[in-house]
Design a protein around this ligand. Structure first.
Ligand SMILES: O=C(O)CCC(=O)C(=O)O
Ligand SMILES: [Fe+2]
Length: 383
């Protein structure tokens, strides 16, 4: 466990522990419940209609506009049974209410694939996220490891299986729309994922004593093709289009899925579709639950733009596998955090001993100012 990390979130303490305190530039700029209506809510009713002036054309147009704009949209009338969504949400809430020992039966630290963990499954995070997660890999079906799926609360496994299957269908439908928008045939994006992976992450954000100092989940883009996020009515999902200068809080819509384009979707569209830049904020009055279903290509799938429009250059230098794409992304993230930490330490040292007139302040000495880190392997990235 990282220094200062705790096995459970200290929700009863009055002041936030240092390990959760974000640098000022990373702290929330907008409250969890000041909602924006900028992200379109799109009904998928009639998506099967074909022909001139049909509903499908209008739905596609709105989805494509949203992908070019924020890389985010919400869908309703998506065909997933409302009772199933209610069951999934209820069971997710019940899981986090289980006693700590029960949740820790699925402890995933040490790089285990799936289970329960506090904050993050990544190593070397300089600041902790204010959340607990339970995660499991649901597709391909042959790769399911039921030993890593909770067996409590009762009914979890069968509900989760039905939920995963329903969301896989919605995801494939949406990938069909995006493929057509790229001038390709409907199955193109799904095929580029080879044997599509699906991973479900249930996020639980307890109420927090000082939410203005921390994040439930730090700013990021999702690595995969698309993510379907189910959130409760509390609010906390935020998005930025200007590199984090300004943020909006996505309006929670009951029964809707928020669809985020991921890095893979971004690359395959040659950068035409944005990869949603997002984070989750917390609050001091109640906990929040969200269920993210990540649709990813298989690790060996080749990542390269499927369509490059006239006058554009490919956004990638060479085709790489998704596993390599993910590894590079993660080591970039770790390296960025390292550099930021170094810069902060240098600034502190300069503050303590400012350069005298005529003297040039040199780089900080010590281990933090060492040579650039060597590329990390996945084993070094996962907690
Ligand atoms: O909880 C949220 O609103 C965001 C979750 C998310 O972005 C993720 O799990 O990748
Ligand atoms: Fe995300």
């Amino acid at each position: 466990m990282a220094p200062g990390a705790v096995p459970f979130l200290p929700t009863e303490e009055k002041a936030l522990r240092e390990s959760f305190v974000r640098d000022e530039d990373e702290r929330p700029k907008v409250a969890h419940n000041v909602f924006s209506d900028e992200i379109p809510v799109i009904s998928l009713a009639g998506i099967d209609e074909e022909g001139e002036g049909c509903r499908r054309k209008e739905i596609c147009r709105r989805i494509v506009d949203a992908c070019e704009d924020w890389g985010i949209f919400q869908v309703v009338d998506h065909g997933v049974d409302a009772g199933l969504i209610a069951d999934m949400s209820r069971l997710a809430g019940e899981f986090f209410a289980l006693p700590s020992e029960e949740k820790l039966r699925y402890d995933m630290s040490g790089g285990k694939k799936g289970g329960f963990i506090v904050s993050s499954h990544l190593q070397g995070e300089p600041v902790q996220d204010w959340r607990e997660i339970v995660t499991f890999f649901s597709y391909p079906v042959r790769a399911r490891d039921y030993a890593r799926w909770p067996d409590r609360p009762a009914g979890w496994r069968s509900v989760v299986e039905r939920y995963s299957e329903s969301l896989m269908a919605v995801a494939c439908e949406l990938l069909g729309v995006l493929s057509e928008a790229m001038g390709l045939e409907r199955g193109a994006l799904s095929r580029a994922c080879v044997d599509m992976d699906q991973k479900v992450v249930v996020n639980f954000y307890p109420k927090c004593p000082q939410p203005e100092l921390t994040l439930g989940l730090k700013r990021h883009t999702d690595p995969g093709t698309i993510t379907l996020l189910l959130q409760d009515q509390v609010g906390g999902l935020q998005a930025t289009r200007d590199g984090g200068a300004t943020w909006i809080t996505v309006l929670p819509v009951a029964g809707a899925f928020v669809v985020n384009l991921g890095d893979h979707g971004h690359y395959l569209s040659n950068g035409r579709f944005k990869n949603a830049d997002h984070q989750a904020v917390v609050n001091s009055s109640c906990s929040r639950l969200s269920i993210a279903t990540f649709q990813n290509p298989s690790p060996e799938a080749v990542v390269y733009p499927l369509a490059v429009r006239e006058g554009e250059a490919p956004v990638m230098e060479e085709p790489i596998t998704f596993a390599e794409m993910y590894r590079r992304k993660m080591s970039r993230d770790v390296e960025m955090s390292r550099l930021k930490k170094m810069a902060k330490m240098e600034a502190k040292q300069k503050e303590a001993a400012p350069a005298k007139d005529g003297e040039v302040a040199g780089p900080a000495a010590g281990p933090a100012a060492g040579p650039a880190a060597k590329p990390k392997t996945m084993e070094e990235i996962l907690a």
